[in-house]
Design a protein around this ligand. Structure first.
Ligand SMILES: Cc1cc2nc3c(=O)[nH]c(=O)nc-3n(C[C@H](O)[C@H](O)[C@H](O)COP(=O)(O)OP(=O)(O)OC[C@H]3O[C@@H](n4cnc5c(N)ncnc54)[C@H](O)[C@@H]3O)c2cc1C
Length: 324
């Protein structure tokens, strides 16, 4: 299927339950509108719940065999040109955008709060340990799933517990341990939709925090193509090495396929420089992986999450054999 085609209407499957749902249901929402790369076909049905209870009602009503995918701000996503079959959940600011200071350097934060706002709110309360979020352009839900991190701190270092809605509509709370964190990864069930989390930092003066935040911003401005259509780091850093060094050593800095290019400034960032398709971007990423293995012996693994269906006849088999 191509971005110009659409999926069949899913709404009839929800039956009378539709009456009880307060959020927005949008059939065939183009996902290129919500990803940083500005690529991706339609979501068969996008749901933007009114709040956590509404999300739970929806999940209970949705037949078990309908696939569900969650997206955040789309800053780590490559959505394929064929779009995403089933329901795509996107948590809006209204209903999931609250930040509450709990005292004791703890904050309860909704999953659609941008990471940058979390850093800002923590600074206002003299809560240290959140300045790294200033440079990460996602929202809290994505940070919880990806264990987002920078400058030596990761999400796992700040999470106390996480609220989530299950595929069958139960609401549960997971501890930090139950999130199963590793480098850019959580092993919590893929079915879970994170709705909010409690974070804990430490006492620090607002001036010191703001100085750290300014350093983070200055570093990003210099070192990363932050105003481009990109998905951040394309590959995870291999053990004891940096992914950009491997990409560079493989001769792939500036490599271009169609409208997709490895950044000259930071060669682990892939860019959409000229109306790239998701196919161009994924083909470029797989080419870099293959060159890296051949020229440096290092196997790069994707950090960017690739979701959805290929357009008919344009599937890309992972060059290195294993889908990851
Ligand atoms: C310029 C740039 C710089 C970046 N720098 C960094 C960096 O320094 N460090 C870093 O770690 N990352 C970085 N990233 C990557 C990205 O910003 C982070 O991974 C971020 O946490 C993704 O959040 P998001 O809301 O955009 O999630 P998305 O990209 O929309 O989704 C990412 C994953 O999270 C899942 N997800 C999203 N919301 C939820 C939810 N509510 N419940 C369950 N699962 C959910 C999605 O299904 C998907 O698997 C950068 C990206 C860009 C474009």
């Amino acid at each position: 299927m191509s971005a110009s085609l659409s999926y069949p209407d899913l709404l009839p499957l929800l039956g009378d339950a539709v009456e009880d749902i307060r959020g927005r249901l949008i059939p065939n929402q183009l996902l290129s509108a919500v990803t940083w790369f500005r690529v991706g076909g339609p979501a068969q049905l996008m749901f933007q719940p009114a709040d956590e209870a509404d999300l739970a009602v929806f999940m209970k009503a949705l037949p078990e065999d309908v696939p569900v995918t969650v997206v955040g701000l789309g800053s780590n996503l490559l959505v394929r040109d064929g779009g995403i079959e089933g329901v795509v959940i996107r948590l809006p600011i209204r209903g999931f955008g609250q930040v509450e200071y709990l005292g004791g350097h703890k904050l309860r934060v909704g999953a659609s709060v941008p990471d940058k706002k979390l850093a800002e709110e923590a600074a206002k309360t003299g809560t240290g340990g959140f300045a790294f979020y200033t440079g990460i352009p996602g929202a809290v839900g994505g940070a919880l799933r990806m264990n987002a991190g920078a400058h030596g701190t990761e999400t796992k270092d700040r999470v106390v517990n996480v609220n989530a809605v299950t595929r069958s509509g139960e609401i549960l709370t997971l501890s930090n341990e139950e999130m199963g964190y590793a480098y850019r990864h959580s092993s919590a069930s893929k079915d879970l939709i994170f709705t909010s989390a409690v974070f804990e930092g430490f006492a620090q003066s607002e001036d010191e925090i703001r100085a750290e935040m300014a350093e983070v911003v200055a570093h990003r401005e210099k070192a990363q193509p932050i105003r481009e259509k990109t998905g951040g780091s394309t590959f995870k850093n291999p053990e004891g090495n940096s992914a950009w060094k491997v990409v560079d050593a493989a001769g792939c800095r500036g490599l271009q396929i169609g409208g997709a290019k490895m950044s000259e400034l930071h060669c682990n960032f892939m860019l959409n420089v000229a109306d790239a398709t998701a196919h161009d971007l994924e083909m470029l990423g797989e080419t870099v992986r293959s060159e890296a293995l051949a020229k440096t012996g290092t196997r790069l693994e994707w950090e960017i999450k690739r979701l959805g269906a290929f357009v008919d006849g344009a599937a890309i088999e992972p060059f290195l054999g294993k889908a990851d």
